[in-house]
Design a protein around this ligand. Structure first.
Ligand code: ADP
Length: 415
């Protein structure tokens, strides 16, 4: 089955086409056929398109909205000169899987999309005012262009964390606010945490009930997850993705009184404060230079930039503190898994996070760590340490495609 996976942001659309079915899922034999991204939808859009095994094609053109962007991608996918294996016409795309950021408390599993599901996703807009509307635009565009004959599924960033117990997901606010407005921790990056936990099980042969690990998704957005018996017990992002770790442009954990102070001192509105926390803080805010970890590491080593170092130190220290608290939460763990752009590619950041954690049974093997970059998968721990350390590249698109297949065939997922 060829599944088109769509991940729509407010002005972007990422896609991937994967060939997968139950047999492929069982044997890890799914195949990526094409992928790409459209940025700056709404003005002169930039497209990067790549059929598997071919060089990437870059082009720019005005694209008004997500529908126009998807229409263009579909024409490109089926064009004979694009030469996507097995795709000659739209009829060769058998299903669509959508990444949806917020499923709230009700949408806790991947699900086939119908009008009722769309209404439920709309009900979660209050909780994810930037993300869910963009996801809904992608769904509307795909339904219009493919018609009712092509099944579509929604896979939620929040759903893996729906197993958190109340003592993990509640904030210590008056309980009525939870009852009235569902103010609570939801957590995000669930598809990524779930995928790497699944790969960890495949690599180690552990069954779900013996999967006690901490997963660290360190990319532009960052989150940690404590996984006990294969389920999310605790995660660092909260009501929104701003809570928890230090990120590219997000602050992570913060005393909420800072907002009141800034409101009084700088006259900042709630919208401005929200933008401050989400877009101007984190690595960018501390360094004053960039949100890009690779560039910060270069600034630090080539120019001894003091604030670049400070930003990296804050970043690593926050991850370290979460590892410590999750080890306490779970009374130990078997492994820590690194994923995301930084977690997969930066031996230096992994080394700094894991330094001086021998008390917790964490030790890194310098040579293995240095060698693990560029999408490789494997262990980086010191064999003598109590916990194992892994780098496992994430693949959210693959999991979305697989969930789409399972929804269509009505096969319950085992993990
Ligand atoms: P997103 O969350 O947008 O999907 P990614 O997971 O691709 O982002 O992560 C982007 C981050 O990964 C950036 O900060 C980038 O600098 C960092 N990164 C990528 N490669 C490296 C590298 N070799 N060393 C350090 N950081 C890297």
């Amino acid at each position: 089955m060829n599944v088109l996976v769509l991940n729509c942001g407010s002005s972007s659309l990422k896609f991937q086409v994967l060939a997968t079915d139950l047999e492929a899922i069982e044997h890890n034999a799914d195949r990526a056929l094409a992928r790409g991204v459209v940025e700056r939808i709404g003005s002169e859009a930039l497209l990067t398109l790549r059929a598997e095994g071919m060089p990437a094609q870059r082009r720019a053109m005005p694209l008004r909205d997500h529908r126009q962007a998807l229409d263009y991608i579909l024409r490109w996918l089926v064009a004979p000169e694009t030469a996507v294996p097995g795709i000659a016409s739209l009829a060769d795309i058998h299903a669509v899987g959508h990444r949806v950021v917020h499923g709230g408390e009700k949408l806790t599993r991947s699900i086939l999309i119908d009008d009722a599901v769309i209404e439920q996703i709309e009900d979660c807009i209050d909780l994810a005012p930037l993300h869910n509307p963009a996801n809904l635009k992608g769904i509307a565009a795909a339904r219009e262009l493919f018609g009712p004959g092509v099944p579509e599924a929604a896979v939620f960033d929040t759903s893996f964390h729906s197993t958190m117990p109340p003592e993990s997901f509640l904030y210590a606010l008056p309980y009525q606010l939870y009852v009235r407005y569902k103010v609570r921790r939801y957590g995000f990056h669930g598809t990524s945490h779930r995928y790497v936990a699944h790969r960890y099980r495949q690599l180690t042969g552990r069954p779900p009930e013996e999967t006690h690990i901490i997963t660290l998704h360190l990319g532009n957005g960052c989150s940690a997850c404590a996984i006990r018996r294969g389920e999310s017990l605790e995660t660092s992002m909260g009501l929104t993705p701003v809570e928890g770790l230090v990120m590219g442009t997000r602050s992570g954990d913060l005393d909420p009184s800072v907002l009141e102070l800034l409101h009084h001192k700088e006259g900042m509105s709630f919208e401005e404060l929200d933008s401050l926390l989400n877009k101007r803080s984190g690595l960018l805010g501390i360094s004053g230079l960039t949100n890009d970890m690779r560039d910060l590491l270069a600034e630090e080593s080539e120019h001894q930039d003091r604030r670049a170092r400070l930003a990296i130190d804050l970043f690593c220290l926050r991850v370290k503190k979460y590892i410590g608290s999750y080890l306490a939460r779970m009374n130990g763990a078997d492994a820590v898994v690194f994923t995301g752009g930084i977690g997969e590619n930066s031996p230096e950041i992994r080394r700094r996070i894991c330094s001086d954690l021998d008390f917790f049974g964490i030790g890194i093997d310098p040579a293995r760590n240095e060698a693990m970059t560029g999408g490789q998968e494997g262990e980086i721990g010191d064999g003598a340490a109590r916990l194992r350390l892994f780098v496992i590249p994430t693949n959210e698109e693959l999991l979305i495609a697989r969930d789409t297949v399972r929804c269509i065939l009505d096969v319950p997922r085992k993990w």
